[in-house]
Design a protein around this ligand. Structure first.
Ligand code: FES
Ligand code: FES
Length: 179
């Protein structure tokens, strides 16, 4: 796996922003970052907030392993500088479930259909799917193929497609389908 171009000396992450800090909301907690403002969001999440569910795959915005939600919309975090996110709200896979003892319908569908193989890409697949279902609660196979461009090196695409339809059913039956 390639080494990221920029691994930074540890900046301070604190719960309260100062004048020269970038303040963002991550999974409902306000945090402030005073490191290099070009640091990609992915590395702030992983290296400084210890949120390891969001994965590094390609680092060039292609594979989707690093997908998170910014203000409720799926975006790839590996090329997104933290400077672009001041005042915005980030949701990662760790913050997706509505409560400690409940799952998001997409997570529930993934479990029911045993989607992951190695699992590496799956957080990104789930975050992309949640975004798709927010926009298209009943996507067709063509919608899925067109709009979920995340790469799975294990080739779990058939199970992902089935799980998306199952998640749509679960959401329609009363589950929550959003951030
Ligand atoms: S790691 Fe971000 S798209 Fe591949
Ligand atoms: S489950 Fe292995 S890369 Fe997708």
């Amino acid at each position: 796996m390639p080494i990221p171009a920029k691994r930074l000396a540890p900046p301070r992450i604190c719960l309260f922003g100062g004048n020269d800090m970038i303040s963002i909301r991550v999974n409902s907690t306000q945090v402030a970052f005073d490191g290099d403002t070009s640091t990609p969001l992915l590395w702030v999440l992983r290296d400084h907030l210890q949120l390891y569910g969001t994965r590094f795959g390609c680092g060039i915005g292609q594979c989707g392993a690093c997908t998170v939600h910014i203000d409720g919309q799926a975006q790839r975090s590996c090329m997104l500088p933290i400077s672009a996110l001041a005042g915005r709200s980030v949701t990662t896979i760790e913050g997706l479930a509505p409560g400690a003892d409940s799952l998001h319908p997409v997570q529930q569908a993934w479990l029911e259909l045993d989607v992951p193989q190695c699992g590496y890409c799956q957080a990104g697949q789930i975050m992309a799917t949640v975004d798709l279902l927010q926009r298209k609660p009943r996507p067709t196979d063509q919608d899925i193929d067109r709009e979920i461009s995340n790469i799975c090196r294990c080739g779990t695409y058939a199970r992902i497609r089935k799980a998306i339809h199952r998640a749509a059913d679960l959401a329609a039956a009363g589950g929550k389908n959003g951030d």
